[in-house]
Design a protein around this ligand. Structure first.
Ligand code: SAH
Length: 301
């Protein structure tokens, strides 16, 4: 597989359909996803049977070298809106420490670690929270929703990439855009990223967060992700950033053969579920580690 290095800023044409800038609602705490719980669960993480098919098992330091290079390349994001947020507190060093932590927690995929190093997570948060952007926690983004914990973002993408297609990802679909952070990370490991959000102001927020980053290969959609995106299917990978009691059938039908879907499933007790499509009519499913996400809900608001 060719390792294509994409750099920020990239040209962005796709993210923007409309200029309607969204304002986050301050002070709206959201937090069913807790870092503490995830940290506890990390200790008892089970690897999937398929984990052995993952690329390499060593690369902590090489990956960080790559990541550091990528971060250097992305240091200058020339945007007025980002200027005030690029404080020393949220420098590359802090992001590097985050990536090192994620690697220590067990994420081995160098391409994922490099992508985590490149995306400036603090730019997806309101300025008041930017100094916490690189801690190992999910944080509120308004409307009772959260930006996912860095570890779980990396882990889900790593699982999705460890497919029978050699990690090749043409189209991927994310359900639950939120602030757009995970979509930005995905844009560095897949040719095309489609992401759906059901809460209009968050869809708008993601657009305004991503616009200055000029990422050409992200398409944001406002709608009910439980229905998937039949007009863009099939997808080599699907990631759900919100937990349902089961994975919607429509999404299974929109996977390519050999493609992988990764989703949190459950109510109070949730687990990551990996579903792989093995033929036109067959899917395999395995249960991975415990996790905690906001709920997957039908319809739009
Ligand atoms: N991907 C985000 C996480 C967002 S939190 C990140 O990068 O951190 C999960 C998001 O899923 C919320 O914004 C929530 O509104 C959204 N969501 C829940 N149910 C949904 C559905 N049926 N369709 C689309 N989005 C949904």
């Amino acid at each position: 597989m060719t390792e294509k290095t994409k750099r920020f800023p990239l040209t962005l044409s796709s993210v923007v359909e409309k200029q309607g800038a969204a304002k986050r609602r301050p002070g709206e705490a959201a937090s069913s996803q807790t870092a503490a719980r995830n940290a506890v669960e990390l200790g008892k993480r089970e690897l999937p049977n398929t984990a052995s098919s993952k690329p390499v098992a060593k690369p902590v330091s090489p990956s960080l070298t790559t990541a550091a290079r990528l971060a250097g390349a992305s240091a200058a994001v020339p945007s007025a809106s980002t200027g005030t947020r690029a404080a020393p507190l949220v420098s590359e060093g802090v992001r590097k420490a985050m990536v090192e932590r994620v690697a220590k927690q067990g994420v081995r995929d160098t391409k994922v670690l490099a992508a985590m190093m490149e995306v400036q997570r603090h730019l997806f948060m309101e300025p008041g929270l930017a100094s916490q952007a690189y801690i190992d926690a999910s944080l509120p983004i308004g409307y009772h929703q959260t930006i996912s914990q860095p570890y779980i973002v990396a882990r889900m993408i790593e699982i999705m990439r460890a497919n029978r297609l050699g990690g090749e990802l043409n189209r991927v679909l994310e359900i639950g855009t939120g602030c757009g952070y995970q979509a930005a990370v995905l844009s560095l490991v897949a040719k095309e990223v489609f992401s759906i959000e059901r809460i209009k102001p968050l869809h708008e927020l993601a657009k305004s967060n991503l616009r200055p980053m000029r990422i050409a290969n992200i398409r944001l959609h406002y709608g009910d992700g439980m229905l998937g995106l039949p007009q863009a299917a099939p997808f080599d990978g699907i990631i759900l950033a919100a937990a349902g009691l089961e994975v919607p059938q429509a999404l299974l039908e929109q996977l390519t053969i050999g493609g992988r879907l990764v989703a949190p499933v459950g109510a109070r007790h949730q687990v990551l579920q990996l579903i792989e499509r093995t033929s036109q009519t067959e899917w395999t499913s395995s249960t991975l580690e415990a996790c905690h996400f906001v709920p997957l809900r039908p319809g739009t608001v």
